[in-house]
Design a protein around this ligand. Structure first.
Ligand code: GLA
Length: 395
């Protein structure tokens, strides 16, 4: 859809709307490396992508908020009142924007009249590229513009995470909302999730591209497994804290971990904590590799990350492992790993541009033969973070 089509759809859905319709966009994200480290107080290295969520919005005079998603046409317009924004299962996807409006109100912002809003997302469905954080942040930028609010961008990012944690009930970390709220074209963000200090690293990949490969597996039990991993790490941390003055696993070096891992009572928890500590180091090393143009070193770190997520953190599964292992055997591939929470979703691979066609063909055929259905391939384009659009082209 381009801007014109979006505006037309908005007018068709909300024919009585006379106000000025404004257009907003929030991207999705990939994570280059630093997986399951954010809630462990470690580093992550994500980048915002050109797939994302568009929103068209205009104010109303009353206290109604009417929401429509072009991705869920069957659900029609969902109407809620500013005086009751509590979570309602029947509201389905609309709980994300509702949660964000509630978070803004709780933050003390005056939202005194309602609005009509249309969403359209082109992030592949259930792909683990953070469509939910993208809806949260596109709502955030829409609210700031529609109501002329001055809100610090990092605060908006934190409100998005709060919606996930307290309103939706997924104990996710800060990475997704940060990547989407703070993204920068052609850059990745190295973020210290403990202090929220961050730096942008130019993604200059020369003859290489980042492939995003969707397993197309439905991510069903993902949220409960995610919360389980998080509590396993918390338990490991508590054991370590009996003798160490640390607040998070992110504070431990690999040497320190090897010295004190005996304090962790449960063997499974040792593996989880090991991943968190070693992955954190790999993430810092990855920045150095990129700065030194060492794509081979960078690729090797991606591979190690996947192996650790497969064997120690155990969040990959046959679909992601098949994709990644098939990628490793292809000429022109410097590295590959799962990205995001895992249990399905997407993998990324660093692929030589000239080898793209054979890469796609071979990986697809290995995957389809083993899994029974095909994966989908995209070339990653790293775009800007969430914002209002000014007559720019819409993908
Ligand atoms: C999901 C969560 C993030 C992060 C990743 C794993 O995307 O939302 O906070 O924990 O999984 O790295």
């Amino acid at each position: 859809m381009d801007i014109l089509e979006l505006l037309n759809t908005f007018k068709k859905r909300f024919p009585s709307q006379q106000g000025e319709a404004r257009i907003f966009f929030a991207p999705g994200r990939i994570n280059l490396i630093g997986e399951h480290t954010d809630y462990n107080g470690g580093y992550v290295f994500p980048a915002s992508i050109s797939f994302g969520t568009y929103a068209v919005a205009a104010p109303r005079d009353d206290r109604q908020v009417r929401l429509y998603s072009d991705n869920f046409k069957d659900l029609g317009i969902i109407t809620v009142d500013l005086d009751d924004l509590s979570y309602n299962k029947a509201n389905n996807w609309a709980n994300y924007p509702k949660g964000m409006i509630q978070a803004f109100i709780d933050e003390g912002f005056a939202i005194e009249h309602g609005f009509d809003i249309l969403f359209y997302g082109n992030i592949p469905n259930g792909a683990g590229l953070s469509s939910s954080a993208s809806i949260e942040l596109v709502t955030g930028v829409a609210l700031s513009s529609l109501y002329n609010l001055t809100i610090d961008r990092i605060r908006m990012v934190q409100l998005g995470q709060q919606v996930e944690n307290k309103y939706i009930g997924v104990n996710s970390g800060i990475m997704d909302q940060f990547a989407i709220g703070m993204g920068k074209k052609d850059h990745a963000i190295l973020l210290d999730c403990h202090t929220l200090d961050y730096q942008y690293a130019p993604l200059e990949l020369g003859d290489y591209v980042i492939a995003i490969i969707n397993t197309n597996k439905r991510r069903e039990l993902a949220d409960s497994k995610y919360n389980e991993r998080r509590s396993e790490c918390e338990s490991a941390l508590r054991d370590l804290q009996t003798q160490l003055p640390i607040q998070s696993l992110g504070e431990m070096s690999m040497t320190m971990f090897e010295e004190y891992k005996g304090l962790i009572k449960d063997d499974i928890h040792v593996k989880r904590a090991k991943h968190a500590v070693y992955e954190n180091q790999r993430t810092k090393d990855a920045l150095v590799c990129l700065k030194e143009d060492d794509l081979v070193g960078f690729g090797a770190l991606l591979n190690q990350s996947h192996l650790s997520l497969q064997h120690d953190y155990q969040v990959t599964g046959i679909e992601l492992d098949t994709l990644v292992e098939a990628s490793w055997t292809q000429p022109g591939v410097l590295g590959a790993r799962m990205t995001g929470a895992g249990f399905g979703g997407c993998a990324i691979a660093l692929v030589e541009k000239d080898k793209w066609a054979s890469f796609k063909e071979n990986v697809a055929s290995i995957y389809s033969a083993k899994i029974g259905y095909a994966p989908t391939f995209y070339k990653a384009t790293i775009g800007d973070g969430a914002n209002e659009l000014n007559n720019k082209e819409v993908n």
